[in-house]
Design a protein around this ligand. Sequence first.
Ligand SMILES: [Zn+2]
Length: 208
Amino acid sequence: MSAPQRAEEPVDHPVPLRVIRDHGVIDVPAAERAVADLLRALGRDPESPHLAETPRRVAGSFAEMLTGPHFDLTTFPNDEGYNELVLATSLPVRSLCEHHLLPFAGVAHVGYLPGDRILGLSKLARVLDLFARDLQVQERLTQQVADWLQEHLAPRGVGVVIEAEHLCMSLRGVRAVGARTITSALHGVLRDDPRSRGEFLSLARTAS
Ligand SMILES: [Zn+2]
């Protein structure tokens, strides 16, 4: 029998971290009733053949859009000492504006300067999705992704840029069709060192 591994021994294999966000419970039948009530309040008849299935579809759509993914985040030791920018560009972003319950959609550019550990590249998109499947404002979404990476990966720097079109701006109000909102959140070297910040922002700009 091998001796039990001591907890304080350095870990040199991938460390899985189960990622789950608590979004609260979604009561789908109650949501269906509420959608039927909304249709009535809007002067529509939810019993009509055209709308009979709408409450079920709408409730199901919201439940799907607001249910975050669960995934295992695996980080790896940065054995090669890679110390340049790791950047994933044009990751799709879809979320719901918490002010109007209308979608906003666009792309995100997420980068980090590795410290002792690196992250599977596909995981950057998963982290983005984790926070996007929520009632959001774009500013908070951007900050949450950057904060999460800073906290869990402890890189030397993190940068997140999101460019999105908000249907609440293009379909109603000012009807600014095609207008994109750009937000950014930077940590560490990417915030404090002008050269690194400039490199990240110009790569992100080139990608868009
Ligand atoms: Zn809105």
